[in-house]
Design a binder for this molecule. Structure first.
Ligand SMILES: CC(C)(COP(=O)(O)OP(=O)(O)OC[C@H]1O[C@@H](n2cnc3c(N)ncnc32)[C@H](O)[C@@H]1OP(=O)(O)O)[C@@H](O)C(=O)NCCC(=O)NCCS
Length: 208
């Protein structure tokens, strides 16, 4: 049963210039798998890993079953997975997870983009679009993003979005085999009455 007051219907794709944020589908498995395999050293330092050391290396397992699982989680109201498409190419992924209903109505966002597409401002705009979907369509109230203090490019993403620093969680997530501190950034609906994309646009930030 969905923890949300509304079922998670697949939101329509949202487009800004050459960027499209749309819900993941089974046909994305192959391009995503290729990207994950080609970006091992780029993504490795930031990827959550199983504390036991077990579990397959990301990019080494078939993604189609994982995408089916993501779609099941969407139907269960637990998470919502997107791909970032730039031009006609899938370049990264964004996931809204840990969706809580009731008195919380909150969720977390995580993301990655292929190294060859980095530095064009794609992720901040994609995150803004996802936050707007969360507030407008999922009726959520608070979105958070947790980032390792060493991850300067990702810290820059939340800086562009103007998200609020709420503190450091010690040894919060197991990353590349180590329990790592994470800084928490958040936005609530009241912070962006006209929406997060509007805030970015007003600040002159967009896809390059
Ligand atoms: C963090 C990440 C998603 C940023 O995405 P992006 O689409 O490149 O975001 P932006 O284009 O806004 O770039 C953000 C900053 O990254 C830095 N950057 C740009 N190009 C870069 C490159 N090729 N390599 C490293 N850093 C780069 C710049 O400091 C940039 O800030 P600027 O625009 O003020 O110059 C991306 O770097 C990434 O996927 N990293 C690996 C996975 C990861 O860290 N995920 C997030 C975990 S919390």
């Amino acid at each position: 049963m969905s923890p949300l007051p509304v079922a998670i219907e697949s939101p329509l794709p949202r487009i800004v210039g050459a960027l499209c944020l749309r819900v993941i589908r089974p046909g994305d498995a192959l391009p995503l798998q290729r990207l994950l395999a080609a970006n091992r050293s780029w993504l490795g330092p930031w990827e959550a890993t199983h504390p036991s050391g077990r579990g397959a290396e990301p990019g080494s397992v078939p993604l189609r079953p994982m995408i089916r699982q993501m779609r099941r989680q969407q139907r269960a109201g637990q998470s919502l997975a997107f791909v970032m498409v730039y031009g006609d190419e899938v370049v990264g992924q964004l996931t809204v997870s840990d969706i809580s209903g009731g008195a919380l109505r909150s969720a977390s966002i995580g993301y990655w983009i292929s190294e060859h597409a980095a530095g064009r401002g794609i992720t901040p705009v994609a995150v803004a679009l996802a936050i707007d979907i969360c507030f407008e369509e999922l009726q959520l109230h608070r979105i958070e993003i947790c980032i390792r203090p060493e991850n300067a490019p990702s810290l820059r993403v939340v800086e562009k979005l103007g998200m609020r620093f709420e503190g450091r969680r010690a040894r919060y997530i197991c990353i590349a085999g180590e329990w790592c501190d994470h800084d928490t950034f958040a936005v609530t609906r009241e912070d962006v009455p006209a929406g997060m994309l509007a805030r970015l646009t007003e600040a002159g930030i967009g896809v390059r």
